[in-house]
Design a protein around this ligand. Structure first.
Ligand SMILES: [Zn+2]
Length: 280
């Protein structure tokens, strides 16, 4: 039997019965904790706001045998913009799904808590939540020991100084000699961005801009990489993308022509630009 005070992000809050919530908490020091918040779904409960998904809070928990319950909680940061925007919310839910899958595989890693902090701040303030969530997801897997090999050919270590193919089977870049059927082509700008994502300090992780073309390369690559490593398909962002497409076509018929001219501009500046100011 023990009482503890912990700081944690709510990664998931599931309704349990009429009034209760089952929480998956990402704690600063103990990795993932599953805890029950009795009565939290009731409007009168002091626990209601502090047990919402993606908030950061300080909690008093009580652990007895296999069961952990939440007695009290205080909000540290509600990350309000996330709950008010469907793109941000869906992207956060995607990142949470990847995180829970990765941590369920028995790995506990203190850095994940820190990475979540930076990612939620960027989801709140940034204009491209989908890319933010995928950058964070790739970095998460990399830090847990599943980084893609991006330095040279993973098979013969020949230098790669332009665009190259990536082999999902061998989890790394491959030279033209080792090209295989299931590989995908990555531009040099995309490879530079991926190298940045697996190496940058967390405070600088999201501080780069890419052209529309490189953005789409990154999204395609990371989606496939997650599928291969986690052996499952993540559907939340796909739903968001198809919803965006439907809305864009209906609401802005001129947008396609616009996108084409943007693509031409982008071809001119396809290098990855690192911005230099650190995030708060
Ligand atoms: Zn090779």
């Amino acid at each position: 039997m023990s009482h503890q005070r912990i700081k944690a992000f709510v990664l998931q809050a599931k309704a349990f019965g009429q009034k209760d919530r089952l929480l998956h908490l990402l704690t600063e020091k103990q990795g993932l904790i599953v805890a029950m918040a009795y009565g939290a779904a009731s409007g009168k409960s002091q626990l209601q706001a502090v047990t919402m998904p993606f908030v950061l809070g300080e909690y008093e928990i009580f652990a007895y045998r296999e069961r952990t319950t939440i007695d009290r909680g205080e909000l540290i940061e509600p990350f309000l913009p996330i709950s008010q925007d469907i793109d941000k919310l869906t992207s956060a839910a995607h990142l949470s799904e990847v995180t829970l899958d990765a941590l369920y595989q028995g790995v506990s890693e203190n850095n994940v808590y820190k990475l979540w902090g930076y990612s939620l701040y960027k989801l709140c303030s940034g204009a491209d939540p989908m890319l933010t969530a995928q950058i964070a997801a790739l970095r998460l897997l990399s830090d847990l020991g599943y980084a893609p090999w991006l330095n040279d050919c993973v098979l013969c270590h020949e230098d790669i100084d332009e665009g190259a193919y990536f082999s999902f089977r061998d989890s790394g870049l491959i030279c033209p000699r080792h090209r295989e059927e299931n590989s995908i082509c990555l531009s040099y700008a995309a490879i530079s961005a991926l190298l940045y994502i697996v190496q940058a300090e967390y405070a600088m992780l999201f501080n780069f801009t890419v052209s529309e073309r490189v953005r789409s390369e990154l999204l395609t690559f990371i989606e496939r990489y997650l599928e291969e490593k986690m052996e499952k398909s993540y559907s939340r962002l796909k739903l968001l993308e198809s919803l965006d497409n439907i809305l864009e076509k209906k609401l802005c018929p001129d947008r396609e022509a616009d996108a084409e001219s943007k693509e031409k501009d982008a071809a001119a500046d396809s290098e990855t630009m690192i911005t230099d100011e650190a995030q708060e």
